[in-house]
Design a protein around this ligand. Structure first.
Ligand code: HSE
Length: 294
């Protein structure tokens, strides 16, 4: 069986822990019946021995199969990874949702995406990456009484994402520790208003609103200060026609949204200025988690 899950970008500036979207850039998770357990990683992470010795997909998949009464099966696992690890592009969410999806597919022959989303919350307690990873598109996600409620908007192919991926990893857990525990009323209203405007901009495709709607006072500045070259990344993107330029999740990647026709210009400007960083010109994804082979 094969499941694929897309990369995601969370927060989108002001929507801390509640807004996220999905990118057309996928990891493939394959399992085959086997009398011996084997793990093969192709692509991102293939040189990290730790990912084989202590594999999160295998752990979550096996744990959930066991809960569903299946503990006597062994598999050959093959992971074809494109999503960079610890760069704020949802690699953990992809693994968590694929592992839960695969366990459910094996047991029930189908995947209930809403159920997977609620279960995923125990492994990642902010839903802004897991929701677009599972459903695709632009999403608002809310946790209420331990369940995730979300609304999704498909993203038009008039816009694209130029994603800049620095060579330095950032741990979300560490990066969250640098953030304040309390915010002022002024900063809260600043973020609330822009985050709400961002939702309307995606619904009405008012792309000229994104520049203002993507401003944030909760987390970006503090996080970017830990890695100051990111201020230059944002400046170059906006100077070259990006509609918005935000830290992707907790970083270190940057999400630059632009009109389709401007993507190559921004990509070239980024490559010229930040030659050590990877730069990708990506479409958005509106599918989320997919069963590729049953
Ligand atoms: N919203 C999270 C954060 C990252 O900014 O720490 C993605 O879940």
């Amino acid at each position: 069986m094969i499941i694929s899950v897309p990369a995601t970008s969370a927060n989108l500036g002001p929507g801390f822990d509640c807004l996220g979207l999905s990118l057309d850039f996928r990891n493939y998770f394959c399992i085959t019946n086997s009398c011996l357990q084997t793990i093969d990683i192709i692509g991102e992470g293939e040189n990290f021995n730790k990912l084989k010795a202590d594999n999160v997909f295998v752990k979550i998949f096996s744990e959930n199969l066991k809960k569903m009464g299946i503990s006597d099966r062994t598999f050959a696992f093959e992971f074809r990874n494109k999503i960079p690890i610890s760069r704020g592009l949802g690699s953990s969410s992809a693994v968590i949702s694929a592992a839960l999806g695969m366990a459910h597919l094996l047991k029930y022959g189908k995947i209930d995406k809403q159920e997977i989303l609620n279960l995923a919350l125990q492994y990642e307690n902010h839903p802004d990456n897991i929701t677009p990873a599972i459903f695709g598109g632009f999403n608002v996600a809310v946790v209420d009484n331990g369940k995730v409620l979300h609304l999704k908007q498909n993203i038009s192919d008039d816009i694209r994402a130029v994603v800049v991926i620095p060579n330095r990893a950032i741990s979300t857990k560490y990066s969250r520790q640098t953030l304040p525990k309390k915010y002022t009323n002024t900063d809260s209203v600043y973020n609330l208003s822009r985050s709400s405007l961002m939702c309307m901009a995606f619904m009405q495709e008012k792309w000229d609103m994104l520049r203002i709607a993507s401003k944030d006072k909760f987390h970006q500045y503090r996080r970017m200060k830990q890695y100051p070259v990111l201020f230059a990344v944002q400046k170059v993107a906006l100077e070259n026609g990006a509609l918005m330029s935000t830290l992707s999740g907790s970083g270190s990647s940057f999400l630059n949204i632009c009109f389709k026709d401007d993507a190559q210009k921004i990509l070239k400007a980024m490559q010229a200025r930040f030659s050590n960083f990877r730069v990708l010109d990506l479409a958005f994804d509106n599918q989320g988690l997919q069963i590729e082979k049953e």
